[in-house]
Design a protein around this ligand. Structure first.
Ligand code: PMP
Length: 406
């Protein structure tokens, strides 16, 4: 039988209408393309921002899924509320309160990863043409999210410690932005942390000039050393205008796709309606399993083990980086998180270097795509989480062969 397409009686076909302009305006992530190349066996990858899979508490999580089914499969497999499972919201509220920000379950919405919280806040606040301020460089998928919303994305000048408050003040006065998006602790991609005094200044500017703050904090609990810095949301002026985004991805497992949003009431209510349009609610069984895990396992002890392993890995990377990068390269020692950000000397181009690196079995992410405006081709991001210190040493030897440092 002829297929309908080749049938002589098929009507002439008009092409379907074009995609929405916003869908074609946003480029795919070059990092995902690089990650595909680095999936080859034997490649030592400093590219992906992935947590170490051998550190997942597989047994504990599996037992929690079993328990979620055993306690009430009917509930675990059923539709549930958009705001999230009450026991998970309670457990997150207790953790957030323990970290210094008084929070009740009602202040929170469970989201499908913190990435969804970012998407919800963006579609709730940002109209095409609205100005959104970002750190420069910043998290790539946040740039994609703002581009999809048709935002005018404006970089705020930063130094080695993050946002420069005087520059922020000047840009806010000039551009009248709606939102400042910040990853103030162990930022992706730079690993840097905004000091408390600057957080206070950012909060004060936001309050005085009338600005929403989006504080994205997936890495804050991965501190290896140094003193905790309070959330931006905790500083005077920020309380009534900050959407704080948290995630279980880096402390439990990213495949769970569990995050949370803490926001002032009106913004939270609007984001809940936006979430209804997006996915109705986050997976019930995943939420109940996570809530069970938080009740029965010691997440803080688990985070302690992850921190210790990552600290060793960071140290291995820092110990070998000087010999692996060309003389005149610069980088900072992050006090936590997953990334080291480096800058090669004048004349080097990290994107060009990557091809040769992959051929030698080592990978990193060039820094250019994280930038808004003119990219800095000399920058690169190295993630230290997914290899042992020994493997990191081998990877750095390979890198030295590529850069000519070795
Ligand atoms: N924000 C930042 C800064 C990130 O680096 C990431 C993950 N790489 C996310 C948000 C998204 O995390 P989640 O898995 O919670 O969606």
């Amino acid at each position: 039988m002829p297929s309908p397409a080749s049938s002589p009686t098929a009507p002439p076909a008009a092409p379907p209408p074009a995609f929405a302009a916003r869908a074609t305006a946003v480029a795919g992530s070059p990092i995902r393309e690089i990650l595909a190349l680095t999936a080859r066996p034997g490649v030592i990858s400093f590219a992906g921002g992935l947590p170490a899979p051998e550190l997942f508490d597989t047994q504990g999580l599996r037992a929690s899924y079993d328990a979620a089914f055993a306690e009430s499969a009917g509930r675990a497999l059923q539709y549930s509320t958009t705001e999230g499972a009450p026991e998970l919201r309670e457990a997150v509220a207790a953790r957030v309160t323990a970290r210094g920000l008084e929070t009740s379950a009602q202040d929170l919405v469970v989201t499908t990863g913190s990435q969804q919280a970012l998407a919800l806040i963006t579609s709730t606040l940002v109209e095409p043409g609205d100005a959104v301020l970002v750190e420069n460089p910043t998290y790539l998928a946040a740039l994609q999210c703002f581009a999809l919303a048709g935002a005018r994305v404006i970089p705020v000048p930063c130094d080695g410690e993050g946002i420069l408050p005087d520059a922020l003040e000047e840009i806010v006065a000039r551009e009248r932005p709606k939102v400042l998006y910040s990853v103030p602790t162990f930022q992706n991609p730079t690993g840097r942390t905004l000091p408390g005094a600057r957080r206070a200044a950012v909060a004060e500017i936001a309050a005085r000039r009338g600005l929403w703050l989006v504080e994205d904090d997936p890495y804050g609990e991965l501190r290896f050393e140094g003193a905790e810095v309070p959330w931006l949301a905790a500083y005077p002026g920020a309380q009534d205008r900050t959407a704080l985004l948290g995630s279980f991805s880096k402390v439990m497992a990213p495949g769970l796709r569990l995050g949370w949003l803490r926001a002032p009431e009106a913004l939270r209510r609007a984001a809940v309606v936006t979430k209804q349009a997006a996915d109705l609610h986050t997976s019930t069984v995943d939420q109940l399993a996570a809530a069970h895990y938080l009740r029965t396992s010691d997440l803080d002890a688990h985070i302690g083990a992850v921190r210790a392993a990552y600290r060793d890995r960071r140290d291995a990377l820092l110990a070998g980086l000087g010999a692996a990068l060309p003389a005149g390269s610069a980088w900072k020692r992050p006090e936590g998180g997953m990334f080291v950000w480096a800058r090669l000397p004048a004349g080097y181009d990290a994107t060009g270097l990557l091809r040769a690196a992959i051929a030698r079995g080592v990978a990193f992410v060039p820094g250019a795509p994280f930038h808004t405006g003119t990219p800095d081709p000399r920058t690169l991001r190295l993630s230290f989480t997914t290899h042992t210190p020994e493997e990191i040493g081998v990877g750095l030897e390979r890198l030295a062969g590529v850069t000519g440092a070795g």
